[in-house]
Design a protein around this ligand. Structure first.
Ligand code: HSE
Length: 438
């Protein structure tokens, strides 16, 4: 059979890894694909000293790859939004299939890209865009195809999890651990994407679309980062039986879909609470299969290359298949049904439990006033801890509440912060039981 000819654009961490895996495992990959998958050309603005490209055509103009008539599949590994979008759209225009690891591109421009690809009859595959080497997209799109997906929750940013893990275990400073994650090639070019939850929201947006069959709606995702978590929060959560993780959560309700990334207290006994370092894991609840968990390396050169090459294998196998017989880009055929139109819920409408930490003046009646404000908003307290005064006259008060609607909690926090007896802002971290019965 004729080989499948690949053009790789971008030779950074993932590009280099993909080049190496495709070269090293060429025979095994050809046996699986039923035809060789060969690197025809590499487009890169700078060389990667760890990657020996001798014998392969290298160009500094990545768009040359998108227009090259000798290329069947363009592998987009340059990252970012705008140039990547233009590159992928050019490749599609020239009738090329596309494999990408770019979650920002798919989350933000995916609807447009899939529309163009559908018209041209080409494949766009993006397994590496979510959770690096973990085949969660294929599992959700195909393996769980029988299920009505109810919710999923994941640790989908390795850098953030790496930082939280090392801060907790080694008492190290945030910046120090972040620098290490960057040196190891886990962090985004702009690491605020990692710590502010934007990278996780890109991935969550993609997962939610595939889970429920709704358009990609990154602009509706709620994101909150990990920078404000203190060592005290970590310790208090632990005392209460919880671990703090930066989670992406999506849940399908009657009136809409939750789509949110934020620090979350989860019970210590959950498997997700025991996912450490750069590892990613996604828990998916399907109505037929029940809970399932996907775990592995969420970033890094060869783990991500593993997903890129798996997509290339899929392209190689599907290349001659008629468009209408292929797996749809976002799992569901493009029907405009009620589910497709389900809105993403505003955060005020989500229902969850909360951890609150407040600093109060130590005098009679303060706790009563705090309890009254919560009671007036219909918020029930599950646990309360008052610690010894550490900051002058002020005492930290830790509260765990039962589930309530976020808009009631927002109002309660507004009133708490306006009390003369409460100093500074109230820390609020959402709590999820991730109960397998839900
Ligand atoms: N910066 C990402 C992470 C890389 O840390 O998970 C993989 O998308």
């Amino acid at each position: 059979m004729d080989p499948v000819r690949v053009g790789i654009c971008g030779l950074g961490t993932v590009g280099g890894g993909t080049f190496d895996v495709l070269t090293r495992n060429a025979d095994e990959i050809a046996r699986r694909a039923g035809r060789p998958i060969v690197i025809e050309q590499v487009g890169t603005r700078r060389d990667n000293p760890d990657c020996d490209t001798s014998g392969v055509k290298v160009t500094r103009d990545i768009f040359e790859v998108a227009r090259n008539p000798d290329i069947d599949v363009l592998v987009e590994l340059i990252g970012g939004y705008d140039v990547a979008r233009e590159l992928v759209m050019t490749a599609i225009e020239h009738g090329k299939h596309v494999v990408t690891a770019n979650k920002a591109l798919i989350a933000v421009h995916g609807n447009e890209i899939f529309h163009a690809a559908h018209k041209k009859g080409v494949i766009v595959a993006f397994e590496a865009a979510v959770a690096g080497g973990i085949p969660v997209i294929k599992s959700l799109r195909e393996g769980l195809g029988a299920n009505r997906i109810q919710w999923l929750a994941g640790i989908i940013n390795g850098t953030g999890n790496y930082i939280l893990t090392h801060m907790r275990d080694e008492g190290r400073a945030f910046d120090d651990v972040l620098a290490e994650a960057q040196a190891l090639g886990y962090a985004e070019a702009d690491p605020t994407f990692d710590v502010e939850g934007i990278d996780a929201a890109h991935k969550l947006t993609i997962l939610a679309s595939i889970a429920y069959g709704v358009p990609l709606q990154f602009d509706r995702a709620y994101t909150e980062g990990i920078a404000r978590i203190t060592a005290d929060d970590v310790e208090q959560a632990d005392n209460l039986g919880y671990t703090i993780k930066h989670l992406g959560i999506t849940r399908r309700g009657e009136n809409g879909i939750e789509l949110r990334v934020h620090p979350t207290l989860i019970p210590k006994e959950r498997l997700l609470a025991n996912v450490h370092g750069v590892k990613n894991a996604i828990a998916v609840m399907g109505d037929a299969v029940g809970p399932t968990l996907y775990y592995g390396a969420g970033a890094g050169a060869e783990p991500t290359a593993s997903a890129v090459v798996a997509d290339l294998l899929d392209v190689a196998r599907n290349i001659a298949t008629a468009h209408s017989y292929r797996v749809p880009y976002l799992a569901f055929s493009g029907v405009n049904d009620e589910i497709n139109a389900l809105p993403i819920l505003p955060m005020e409408e989500i229902v969850t439990a909360y951890y609150l930490r407040l600093l109060a003046v130590d005098r009679p009646g303060v706790l009563a006033r705090v309890a009254t404000i919560l009671a007036e908003q219909g918020i029930s307290i599950e646990a309360i801890i008052q610690k010894e005064a550490t900051e002058g006259e002020l005492v930290p008060i830790i509260l765990l509440t039962h589930r309530t609607r976020e808009k009631h909690m927002n109002e309660a926090i507004r009133q708490l912060e306006s009390l003369a007896d409460i100093a500074g802002p109230v820390t609020r971290i959402r709590v999820e039981s991730l109960d397998e019965q839900e």
